[in-house]
Design a protein around this ligand. Structure first.
Ligand code: AMP
Length: 483
């Protein structure tokens, strides 16, 4: 099938050609023709499948007739994160270069003034995160009665982030007669309920199961002694990585993103960070620096990095094993994009094995181990510890470099061969059947994560017990009174 056969307008076809795309992806081939006819779409597709163009291109074609009025946008695209919203704006700039459309972005962390000015000019396309959109609406700065097309993107992520009540509210505020284009990578029951309530006789377009990982990605697990050793394990992995160009490093919690970022900087790595507590300008600057190659590493949380389209990422490191197995699929999907090869390395402690089991169940295969197994790991390196701790408290670390391989090598590199002794079982032991693990993941039900990436509050020291507390202590016998 060619783009010409899809029924897109001449202007859109010219922009597609200029982008260098010759063949529509499966989601585009399935969704674009009915979307052009005004049908509702239920697209089950994850990022990397070309789904942004699947809704952007028909929207552009349909927007060619008609004009926007002040404060009354014509179309609305809801995205769960600011980065995704900004990415969709870039797509409109690329595919809409032959159109004179006003595109407005309503995201948190940016001043209201500039955004209001754009809305006042009349927005043909409004791209928004739910919170900021409803803020604008509640202040009376925006009317949603003119919406002709509503796009809800990454709906399952909206669910994870607790946005479903906001989405329901928006769906009730826009006209009943609008067209809805709805995309989700997975279809948990809450999302199915939403589609039943708000889509009118949709065309269902489904591409590759959300649980599949691209065959172009080499996935490995690397054992680490415990939480305190993971930073050293990561540094060794980065230093010894083959065909390294750049890497995204994922942490489960945003406070760990900040800690790891500081630690990598102190060890001389060229590193940026991306998490939900950073202000919008800092997030954009970090992302741009990574995309332009000014930094070769970026430490991220899931929420901030979900769906980012950075075409050429050579490595993904999971500093923490994700506790939601679907996050694993999304994380490693940041590499091996567009047919390129990529490497995804996950650092695993013994406490993480239950999550590894769930991930292997979800993706339906065992992931290979690399390096020594837990029991064959070298003992903790006492000399590197105090140094690292001192570094974290702000004392000077080794000389900072722009490159990724600092000349100051303080730790012995991890052997990258097969596990020494004892560690070949995990492949057999930890692999469970997909069905069994899928039901486990269903049971873990997708509760709204209002607390974003930080997880529930940590009590006491959490999982981590500092090693000084575990040292044996010699107790003196109590003195007996002498008479
Ligand atoms: P998305 O799933 O929308 O994040 O898109 C993933 C990547 O695929 C983006 O870099 C797009 O530019 C690219 N892409 C979208 N459509 C096509 C196409 N028909 N042919 C080749 N690449 C495409």
């Amino acid at each position: 099938m060619t783009f010409e056969e899809l029924g897109l307008s001449h202007k859109v076809l010219e922009a597609v050609q200029a982008s260098g795309y010759t063949t529509p992806t499966p989601i585009q081939a399935q969704a674009i023709p009915p979307a052009l006819q005004g049908r509702d779409i239920l697209g089950i597709a994850q990022t990397g499948t070309g789904k942004t163009a699947a809704f952007t291109l028909p929207m552009l074609s349909r927007l060619e007739s008609g004009r926007a009025r002040a404060r009354v946008p014509r179309t609305l695209i809801l995205e769960p994160t600011r980065e995704l919203a900004a990415q969709v704006e870039e797509s409109f700039a690329k595919y809409g270069k032959n159109h004179r459309l006003n595109v407005a972005l309503l995201i948190g962390g940016v001043s209201f003034g500039d955004q209001e000015a754009k809305i006042m000019r009349g927005a043909d396309v409004l791209i928004a995160t739910p919170g900021r959109l409803l803020d604008f609406f509640d202040r009376g700065k925006l009317l949603l009665t003119g919406i002709e097309i509503l796009v809800i993107d990454e709906a399952d992520r909206m669910l994870d982030m607790g946005f479903i009540p906001d989405i329901e509210r928006v769906c009730k505020l826009v006209p009943f007669t609008r067209q809805t284009l709805f995309f989700s990578a997975t279809m948990p029951p809450e999302i199915t309920r939403l589609t039943e309530a708000f889509l009118h006789n949709p065309i269902r377009c489904e591409v590759a199961r959300a649980a599949t990982t691209a065959s172009t990605i080499r996935q490995v697990l690397v054992a680490s002694r415990g939480h305190a050793d993971k930073r050293e394990t990561l540094r060794n992995l980065i230093r010894s990585a083959e065909n390294f160009k750049n890497a995204i490093i994922f942490c489960n919690r945003k406070r760990d993103v900040a800690v790891l970022h500081r630690s990598l900087l102190k060890h001389g790595f060229s590193t940026g960070a991306l998490h939900g507590d950073m202000d919008q300008l800092a997030r954009m600057a970090s992302l741009d620096a990574f995309k332009n190659g000014e930094v070769s590493l970026i430490v991220c949380s899931d929420v901030a990095a979900r769906g980012l389209d950075i075409p050429d990422v050579s490595h993904v490191f999971n500093f923490d094993v994700p506790t939601h197995s679907e996050d694993y699929v999304h994380r490693i999907g940041r590499t091996g994009r567009a047919g390129r090869s990529g490497v995804a390395m996950t650092i695993v402690t013994e406490d993480d094995m239950k999550y590894v089991d769930q991930i292997q169940g979800l993706i339906g295969k065992a992931i290979d181990w690399e390096g020594p197994g837990f029991e064959a790991l070298p003992p903790p390196m006492e000399t590197s510890r105090p140094q690292e701790r001192r570094g974290e408290r702000g004392e000077r670390g080794p000389r900072r470099e722009r490159g990724r391989r600092p000349t100051v090598e303080r730790e012995a590199p991890v052997s990258m061969g097969r596990p020494r002794g004892g560690r070949s079982q995990p492949e057999a032991e930890s692999f469970r059947s997909p069905a069994c693990a899928a039901s486990a993941s269903d049971r873990r039900e997708r509760r709204p994560r209002r607390y974003e990436e930080d997880g529930p509050p940590v009590v006491g020291l959490g999982d981590h017990v500092p090693s000084f507390l575990l040292r044996p202590v010699a107790l003196r016998p109590a003195k007996v009174a002498e008479d």
